[in-house]
Design a binder for this molecule. Structure first.
Ligand code: SF4
Length: 339
């Protein structure tokens, strides 16, 4: 299999800017919120790409562009070799069956007036993939078993379940159409820590059984560590670093990743006692008016004068390790090729 066949999703220069308007009758555009501002990356078939960053950094917007729930302002979304950037709803339909989403808050994303069985079976009815009610019932039972959800609970309503059980319903619904690619948008953030591991293990088992590819979005580097093959770190609309998971954790190149990692507890108390967290000054700037040059420069502990003038490109600073930092060793030698 060559690299092109191995790629299931390719983003090129993706931008998603939202207008900020004023005026009641004649709305005037006052500015643009640059939620995603020039992201290029690929996701390989069968891998989990963890996408990490603080809330408001644009990761959920990026996921919605990938699923084409938003039409990007600029750039290209390529799914399985086909450009889907400008497709309308009708042409997107076959892709929507292959790409599904698992949401952060299973309670908010489940219709409170529908039973678990109806929620899981809804995509089958919408996409008309079953011949009759009997086939739908069989498929719902099958899906419930796959996510370890007891069939006796299928007649109950979302409020009767724990958050972990609700997330299992959300996962079963996402699997109903046999997708190959799933955007998991903070799927464990609303769950107790003890339940988080169960859901992550379930997602990993499903990936093995069904050959799924995940874009796994989280705000915490420790959550994605176990499940991700590669990790992309996002800051203020930009992906600032991308590498294999173990490399990101053992040898991060970008100062922002280094700061995020310094806040992740280490299991060994002796090592933990010697670590100093890197405290970033100030708040993340507004995506309405991002800083000049490197968008991280007002908070970066390593910033130099040039950082406010020069915009770093996303470069392969080491083999299969990409970073957007002017001062990262290897940056000046790396050719500006898109990942
Ligand atoms: Fe920090 Fe400068 Fe690198 Fe940006 S380019 S991350 S400001 S050192």
């Amino acid at each position: 299999m060559n690299a092109a066949q191995d790629t299931i999703l390719r983003l090129e220069g993706l931008k998603m800017h939202f207008p900020v308007t004023s005026g009641i009758f004649f709305q005037r555009v006052q500015g643009w919120i640059k939620a995603v501002d020039g992201v290029s990356l690929t996701i390989r078939r069968g891998e989990t790409l963890g996408l990490v960053g603080e809330s408001g950094c644009g990761k959920t917007t990026l996921g919605r562009c990938v699923l084409r729930l938003y039409k990007p302002t600029e750039g290209r979304v390529e799914y399985d070799g086909q450009d889907i950037t400008d497709l309308g709803n009708r042409d997107l339909r076959p892709f929507r069956r292959r790409m599904q989403v698992i949401f952060q808050d299973p309670y908010a994303s489940l219709n409170p007036r529908m039973t678990a069985g109806r929620i899981i079976g809804e995509p089958l009815a919408i996409h008309k993939t079953v011949a009759d009610r009997e086939e739908q019932r069989r498929r719902v039972l099958e899906l419930a078993e796959i996510v370890s959800f007891h069939p006796s609970m299928l007649d109950r309503f979302p409020h009767e379940f724990s958050s972990g059980q609700r997330q299992r319903i959300g996962i079963a619904r996402a699997l109903a159409l046999n997708p190959e690619f799933i955007v998991a948008d903070e799927p464990v953030s609303a769950l107790d820590v003890s339940i988080q591991a169960q859901i992550i293990n379930l997602l990993m088992e499903l990936q093995q059984q069904m050959g799924l590819t995940y874009l796994f979005i989280a705000h915490d580097l420790s959550v994605v560590r176990h499940i991700s093959n590669r990790v992309a770190v996002m800051y203020l609309g930009h992906v600032v670093e991308l590498a294999d998971s173990d490399v990101i954790y053992s040898d991060p190149a970008h100062p922002y990743t280094q700061a995020l990692l310094s806040a992740v507890p280490v299991p060994d108390p002796a090592v933990e006692a010697t670590r100093e967290p890197i405290i970033l000054p100030g708040e993340t700037p507004s995506p309405l008016n991002p800083p000049s040059g490197c968008v991280f420069h007002p908070r970066c502990p390593m910033a130099e004068d040039r950082c406010s003038r020069e915009t770093p490109e996303f470069r392969e600073v080491r083999p299969n390790h990409w970073a957007a930092c002017l001062l990262t060793p290897g940056y000046d030698q790396a050719p500006p090729v898109k990942p």
